[in-house]
Design a protein around this ligand. Structure first.
Ligand code: IMP
Ligand code: MG
Length: 182
């Protein structure tokens, strides 16, 4: 796996510090509340697991799954809900947790869908943001890092379902996905 990585963008230690910072912000902003953290599968599973263990507030954890990617590196624009949260979100404070905000197609579909469920509040928390690729606008309350337009893997993020278990975030060598397009 490591041989497919061009460069390590964020080390395990850097990610740890970044996730601690976000956990502290959420703890402060939601003091006295019990937010429902909804992780968007699969990519958010590592980030969410680390984030909630650094938080001191009581929380609930839910998952949803949406897919706009095939095995390529570009979003297709049409987003399918593959798994929906079955809890009643009415009156709840919801934090949607995503690994990376890219085109915005996924979150711009999920945010209105969840807001429609009469939530008390809904905010978006992303570990990574690629603002240069945005097609649809998404408001982000908590952001780990803004990154340039490169395809990254590790810490939950995949290419073709691989590399999710790397304990750091790295830029994937372009030849790995360019080969797949042949
Ligand atoms: P969006 O709908 O284009 O904003 O894309 C969001 C989804 O695309 C994320 O949840 C990721 O699964 C995937 N994605 C976007 N950029 C990357 C990347 O650099 N590496 C891995 N997955 C990515
Ligand atoms: Mg994803």
């Amino acid at each position: 796996m490591i041989q497919d990585i061009e460069k390590i963008l964020f080390s395990t230690e850097e990610l740890d510090a970044c996730v601690s910072r976000i956990a502290g912000q959420i703890d402060k902003d939601y003091a006295g509340k019990t937010p429902i953290m909804i992780g968007i599968l699969q990519g958010s599973f590592v980030f969410l697991a680390d984030l909630v263990r650094k938080m001191e507030l009581p929380i609930q954890v839910e998952f949803m799954s949406a897919s706009s990617y095939g095995s390529g590196t570009e979003s297709t624009g049409s987003v399918n809900i593959r798994l929906d949260s079955s809890v009643d979100l009415k009156g709840k404070d919801v934090i949607l947790v995503e690994d990376i905000l890219d085109s915005g197609n996924t979150l711009s579909r999920l945010v209105p869908l969840l807001k429609d469920r009469q939530v008390n509040s809904l905010e978006v928390c992303v570990l990574l943001d690629k603002p240069s690729r945005r097609v649809r606008e998404v408001e982000v309350a908590y952001r780990g890092y803004s990154i340039p337009d490169a395809f990254v893997v590790g810490y939950g993020l995949d290419y073709d379902q691989k590399y999710r278990n790397l304990p750091y975030i790295g830029i994937l060598k372009p030849e790995v996905y360019e080969n797949d397009l042949d």
